[in-house]
Design a binder for this molecule. Structure first.
Ligand code: GDL
Length: 691
């Protein structure tokens, strides 16, 4: 029977929902059922079952489910159905499957047949996060890894009678993993061409955790995949860092993407309950009305998106979440708040007793009043979300606190000599902000819904003590009170400093702290690296001249002896094929990287020799407006890999000793080391790397 063709233009049902695809403790069946209820309520339609550390999903993918497990899965699949959520069962055989062994493929089919018997009708094969080297048997049978995966996936898909929903996760599932890039990736091109058209493909965007996902990037990958992808969005995933939690809104994805995509599934925080915001705001985004006709404003900044405002979506989510915090509805047990809420009647049961029937405690005259706590507020939740916002951005209050602490620390001199009113008033404001965090912590700890609290507990404890330390530090700076025991003491308690071996390692490594969101907010500029073409010659020369002029102050230009790199940049020497790249930003060309696989002839012309060990030469220039070092690093990386594939053993660069910027660049790369080179002008240093 021919498969029903699905629309790949985004005009059909938009797949929307959640992928449980993170590492670590999987959610419980109860939590998943709760998820289906929420998805239905908020208009999301899909759940992709893919918990990385579930034994039988990945590590022991061949093993069939036991009777007890089967019972649970049957119940889960039926719960999804009840709530109009499509349950997609995913399996990850990539750790150790031999693609060419028919027994392995049979094992895969057998496992999926079993799940089909549980009532499941939608499936997915995932090949993310696996070794890309094939075993000898597979190398013999398939021309590439992509061919191996596609062959098995197509076979399984057909075995299952071409299910309406069938997803494939490629090994190169984001642009950053594609070599040399998305358009030229032979892996992705094979997948796009050979994977049967009814199979949809998962994609995480430019990176594993993508800051932004642009319409252009989706158009590009769709052209290679020959279908619109389903986004597996890691924006709220926190399985890579035990100190992070993401409670900010779904953001930096324009709603113009919706018609260009087959769907979006969010792979959120490992902790189930704190995902309220992640899933609620995604649902708001998915419901965003389509805007007819072309827009007259340049889109890209989500705040200008007329169909979706992350801030409004966040407020909606937090308002609903507040209700949930207040609910005592705990399946499988009674629940009472730990402290009575002020507004509640005194008839309520005291907390954490098993004597539900006993009357509540009433303090006698002269006895301590009962402990009471203010109820949690929407502002508390806004603050909480601000403190645990998004992977590339702190929330407003968190940013302000960091800025203020930074200012207070840097201006403490003034406070010591002359007591400035300004410093003290800002110190007081900082203290008030810290107090708000402590109060928020207290009210959260007293919220009736303990399930959410327990999921949040470690994080809010951590931020509370972090804030406590900062607060004590500012007090000390201002000369108020005695130096705080926690921060000034030489023998602090373990809770007086942030511990853990991993943290200690980090502090010892170079560059520790240089990715702080406060000091180094992520770059918003979008760069494109593309192959050089002859028409680029003039622009390359322009950059070269501009950078030469910038260096003129250091050494008179005309007096400088010629270098091979100068010849390349000035267009007098042609770069070797595949060894020339240009960098572009919104304004235009802003850098280039050029190379010669064999520098000997060019060297001979200027009476120089080239060592056998490093026969190739590279040169790179980037305009000063490119403050982000990564595009230059990427260009040089790509250039070196092209040079390597030409068979070269090593490459060198020529750097003028007064060119601190370039010296710094090559030194920081780590792989380039100064080398002796005969005939090199006095003021020039050669640095080289083996390939
Ligand atoms: C990944 C993994 C995912 C993990 C996420 C965040 C995909 C396709 N796979 O690379 O399981 O949770 O990063 O750490 O995203």
């Amino acid at each position: 029977m021919a498969a029903k063709r699905k629309p790949h233009t985004g005009t059909g049902r938009f797949i929307s929902g959640v992928v449980e695809g993170f590492y670590g403790r999987p959610w419980t069946m109860e939590q998943r059922t709760e998820l289906f209820k929420r998805e239905q309520k908020w208009g999301l339609n899909t759940y992709l079952y893919a918990p990385k550390d579930d034994y039988k999903h990945r590590m022991y993918w061949r093993d069939l489910y036991s009777a007890e497990e089967a019972e649970q899965l049957v119940a889960l699949i039926s719960a999804a159905k009840q709530h109009d959520v499509e349950f997609i069962y995913a399996i990850s055989p990539g750790l150790d499957i031999t693609f060419s062994n028919p027994k392995e493929v049979a094992a895969l089919k057998r496992k999926l047949d079993q799940v089909r018997e549980f009532g499941c009708t939608a499936f997915s094969l995932l090949f993310d996060d696996i070794e890309t080297e094939m075993c000898p048997a597979d190398k013999q049978a398939f021309s590439s890894f992509a061919h191996a995966q596609v062959a098995v996936t197509n076979e399984v898909y057909q075995h299952l009678a071409e299910p309406e929903t069938f997803l494939f996760c490629p090994t190169d599932y984001c642009a950053a993993f594609c070599t040399p890039n998305v358009l030229q990736s032979s892996y992705l091109n094979t997948v796009g061409e050979k994977l049967l058209p009814g199979i949809d493909i998962l994609w995480t965007g430019p990176k594993v955790v993508s800051h932004k996902i642009s319409v252009e990037s989706i158009e590009e990958v769709s052209s290679v995949l020959k279908r619109a992808p389903v986004i597996w969005d890691n924006i709220h995933a926190n399985d890579y860092d035990p100190q992070r939690l993401f409670l900010g809104p779904y953001k930096d994805r324009s709603t113009e993407l919706i018609p260009k995509l087959r769907g979006v599934l969010t792979n959120p925080n490992c902790e189930f309950y704190p995902n309220f915001v992640a899933i609620h705001t995604l649902a708001t985004w998915c419901r965003a009305p389509a805007v007819a006709g072309p827009r007259d404003v340049e889109m890209g900044d989500e705040e200008q998106d007329p169909s979706y405002s992350p801030q409004k979506a966040l407020t909606l989510a937090l308002t609903d979440w507040l209700q949930e915090f207040m609910s005592t509805d705990q399946p499988g047990g009674h629940c009472c708040p730990p402290a009575r809420l002020k507004k509640e009647s005194s008839e309520e049961e005291p907390m954490q007793t098993d004597v539900g029937e006993s009357s509540s405690y009433v303090p006698g005259p002269g006895e301590n009043p009962l402990y009471t706590a203010e109820p949690l507020t929407l502002d508390d939740l806004k603050l909480l979300s601000d403190l645990f916002y998004l992977p590339y951005e702190h929330g407003t209050t968190a940013r302000t606190m960091l800025q203020e602490l930074h200012w207070l620390k840097n201006n403490r001199q003034a406070a010591e000599t002359e007591v400035t009113a300004d410093w003290h008033s800002r110190a007081q404001q900082f203290d008030d902000m810290c107090e708000a965090v402590v109060q928020m912590f207290n009210r959260l700890s007293n919220a009736p819904n303990r399930r959410i609290l327990y999921d949040l507990y470690n994080y809010i404890c951590d931020i509370k003590s972090g804030v406590g330390l900062a607060r004590a530090y500012v007090k000390t700076l201002g000369g108020q009170g005695r130096p705080s025991a926690q921060i000034m003491n030489n023998d602090p308690e373990p809770w007086g400093f942030r511990g853990g071996l991993s943290g200690e390692f980090q502090r010892m490594l170079p560059g520790h702290g240089n990715r702080d969101l406060f000091r180094d907010p992520p770059m918003t500029a979008v760069y494109c690296i593309r192959p050089y073409c002859p028409e680029d010659k003039m622009e390359v020369q322009k950059i070269f001249r501009e950078m030469q002029r910038a260096g003129e102050g250091k050494a008179p230009l005309m007096a400088q002896p010629p270098l091979i790199s100068d010849g390349l940049s000035a267009g007098e020497i042609c770069p070797s094929p595949q060894c020339a790249l240009v960098l572009e930003d919104e304004i235009g060309m802003c850098g280039y990287a050029l190379g010669l696989t064999d520098a000997k002839p060019a060297a001979a012309k200027i009476q120089r020799a080239v060592s056998e060990q490093f026969p190739s030469v590279v040169t790179l220039q980037v305009l000063p407006r490119v403050t982000d070092p990564s595009p230059a690093k990427k260009m040089i990386g790509r250039l070196l890999s092209s040079i390597k594939s030409s068979g070269s053993r090593g490459a060198f660069c020529e750097v003028r000793k007064n060119d601190r910027r370039m010296l710094d660049f090559y030194t920081k790369l780590g792989s380039f080391k100064p080398v002796q080179m005969d005939g090199l002008p006095q003021d020039v240093l050669a640095m080289a790397t083996s390939l």
